[in-house]
Ligand binder design. Structure first.
Ligand SMILES: *[C@@H]1O[C@H](CO)[C@@H](O)[C@H](O)[C@H]1NC(C)=O
Length: 197
């Protein structure tokens, strides 16, 4: 009796397991081969942001108070708009894997901190789409910017992007930033509708 009972339970469990597998297979949207296997998981990679003042980044509003313009500070209220390439290595000549389009506004009176927002469009390691970031950045220290969402293969990504200057005292007006992506897809992302990038 007990043996029959446990075998029934085993059968039921097997059946439920199989139903779960079928449901998982059916709910996997077609055309997501590039992202299959990392929903609910993590993805980390590093790229390098190449910025040149008056070429890929422009000051569009002058600041009004606080610190003056120096190598590391800008007056409170200064607004920059940028469109910088993201390369796979620190060298400017290395392969371009994406672009970051964004703006930053100086929000501290010591001229060191800004509110930054950006759309990062990527085509890297078989993943295509964009990641949107919004948060505070520091001119001389590593800054963590929360990822607020994404499109394409990065739809529903969360996590953060850590930006740190590689060569602060660069020759001329060119600066390179190391950009470390730490992305995570919560389990619900698997069931959410997909968007284009
Ligand atoms: C960028 O251009 C502005 C306006 O022409 C100029 O005042 C500034 O010195 C330039 N900055 C650099 C780093 O070349």
């Amino acid at each position: 009796m007990a043996a029959a009972g446990s075998s029934k339970t085993a059968n039921l469990l097997l059946c439920l397991t199989m139903i779960s597998f079928v449901q998982l297979a059916q709910s996997s949207p077609s055309g997501d081969k590039g992202i299959k296997g990392f929903h609910g998981k993590k993805l980390s990679f590093t790229l390098y942001q190449q910025e040149t003042i008056n070429k890929t980044s422009y000051m569009v509003v002058g600041g009004v108070a606080g610190a003056g313009v120096s190598e590391t500070t800008t007056p409170f209220g200064t607004v920059y708009v940028f469109r910088d390439d993201l390369t796979v290595r620190a060298e400017r000549s290395s392969r371009v894997a994406g672009v970051v389009e964004g703006t930053s506004v100086t929000t501290s009176f010591d001229g060191l901190r800004s509110l930054s927002l950006g759309k990062i469009t990527l085509d890297h390691r078989g993943h295509r789409g964009s990641v949107s970031v919004l948060g505070g950045t520091h001119n001389t220290r590593p800054s963590d910017c929360p990822v607020v969402g994404g499109t394409g293969d990065f739809g529903y990504a969360v996590g953060y992007v850590r930006t740190s200057p590689v060569n602060l005292r660069a020759r001329g007006s060119s600066v390179t930033f190391k950009v470390e992506f730490h992305l995570y897809w919560p389990p619900y992302a698997h069931y959410a509708p997909t968007s284009k990038h």
